[in-house]
Write a protein that binds this ligand. Structure first.
Ligand code: CTP
Length: 413
């Protein structure tokens, strides 16, 4: 059965140009069987009329906190109690800031404050407004309070610019909202996965690469999406189809993979580095095809950025899971990498002829500070689910611990 079937969804609409998409969002939610009520801010009504949303939802639209008639019909407390989930889409930068402050000076803000059901926001704003530290700090606070931040997408914007800040499409929001009810272990979390090999060009037709098939990374991306996460997969060249419900970013070189990861990392809760990134690249790339010479050839190589280490070294890193492919001394080498790169977890496997790369099966030993878990030889798809379940558990444990530390720090300040 559809997870949204019969669910009471309170849709908050705030005043941004993406409000025109709210009409389609109401249709998508209802198509999945949800009962939808809409609360609009005053500014939202400048972009789309209450009549449109009333006609599409089949329910009266509320907008006024101090209107005795509407409060008598269903006041802000009743609306908050009615909702199984509250989704604010679009959520403007201003509304997000007001949510952080716990304001209750209009109906939507008051409902958000009074609501004990899961709350999700779909930010929609200009690229520069999205990138402002003020907005990013506000979102970090909301995430820490377990508000589900859905999106935004990156692309062309109504203001003519291109970048992050577009509201996610209605069907994507509907899917993510359904994920909140699936009780998935990663519901509402944003996961960034790297997968596959990288290719480091030598000349226009040749490159250095490795045997990675991308199967494990793709299986992990799928398993994380199944667990309710919003997944972005940065992938090197592989012969695999992108899993449904996963945003794919196709790259070739380690430097491109590094750039793509860094562009998305600020919005990431969990980073999984499953890619087999080439450690070195040719120092210079020949512009024309190299001709063979009897004298042989020497390639000078220079190091590529270590993407995983760079992510783990960020001032506020996401939860990090790295991989270690080893031919020997598995535990010692894996634990060394765990410490050297300051990771939260590392999944190690043995590689060699017919093992690890290019095959459908694998076994893993997962290490973290003070613990270990082993997963026996099985299909990579199953292994990925087991790994994601463990990851979700470790992530939650760290999240709860950090929260307690922050609360103590606040109390003693
Ligand atoms: N990794 C990365 N960027 C790199 C190299 C590796 O993100 N430039 C990530 C891989 O995705 C993997 C982990 O780091 O999660 C592997 O660590 P690494 O120390 O690079 O492993 P190896 O390349 O196997 O190291 P070594 O050759 O020293 O064993």
């Amino acid at each position: 059965m559809n997870t949204l079937s019969g669910k009471h969804i309170l849709l908050g609409v705030t005043g941004g140009i993406a409000a025109y998409k709210s009409a389609e969002l109401v249709r998508c939610l209802r198509k999945q069987g949800a009962v939808v009520r809409v609360v609009m801010t005053t500014a939202a009504q400048e972009f789309i009329t209450p009549l449109t949303l009333q006609a599409l939802s089949g329910q009266p639209v509320c907008s006024d906190l101090l209107d005795p008639r509407s409060e008598a019909a269903m006041g802000h407390i009743e609306l908050a109690r009615w909702a199984d989930a509250l989704l604010v889409a679009p959520a403007t930068a201003d509304f997000i800031a007001r949510l952080v402050q716990g304001r209750a000076d209009d109906l939507l803000a008051a409902v958000c404050l009074a609501c004990e059901a899961p709350l999700a926001v779909a930010p929609a704003m200009n690229r520069a407004m999205w990138q402002q530290p003020a907005t990013q700090d506000n979102l970090a606070l909301l995430r820490a309070r377990r508000v589900n931040v859905l999106g935004p997408a990156t692309g062309s914007q109504a203001c003519g610019e291109t970048g992050p800040g577009r509201m996610l499409e209605p069907d994507e929001l509907t899917r993510l909202l359904a994920g909140l009810f699936q009780g998935g272990a990663l519901a509402g979390r944003r996961v960034l996965v790297t997968a596959g090999p990288t290719r480091e060009p030598i000349d226009p037709v040749r490159y250095i690469s490795n045997r990675s098939s991308g199967k494990m990374g793709y299986a992990i991306a799928r398993a994380a999406a199944e667990a309710g996460a919003q997944v972005t997969l940065v992938t090197g060249p592989v012969a695999l189809v992108l899993p449904e419900q996963v945003d794919g970013i196709l790259v070739e070189t380690a430097e491109q993979m590094h750039a793509a990861v860094m562009e998305h990392i600020a919005d990431t809760d969990i980073f999984i580095a499953a890619a087999a990134v080439a450690d070195y690249r040719p120092q210079s790339v020949a512009r024309k095809k190299l001709k063979k010479s009897a004298a042989g050839i020497t390639l000078a190589l220079e190091p590529n950025p270590d993407i995983l280490a760079a992510v783990a070294a960020l001032p506020e890193p996401p939860f990090t899971l790295g991989f270690a492919a080893e031919t020997d001394a598995l535990e010692a080498n894996a634990r060394k990498k765990l410490r050297a790169k300051s990771l939260d977890m590392i999944a190690a496997n043995v590689v060699g002829p017919g093992r690890g790369f290019e095959v459908d099966d694998n076994a893993l030993r997962v290490f973290w500070d003070g613990g270990e878990q082993q997963f026996g030889q099985t299909r990579k798809t199953r292994l990925a689910r087991q790994l994601v379940a463990l990851l979700a558990h470790r992530y939650q444990t760290k999240f709860d611990k950090d929260r307690v530390i922050k609360l103590h720090a606040k109390d003693s300040a």
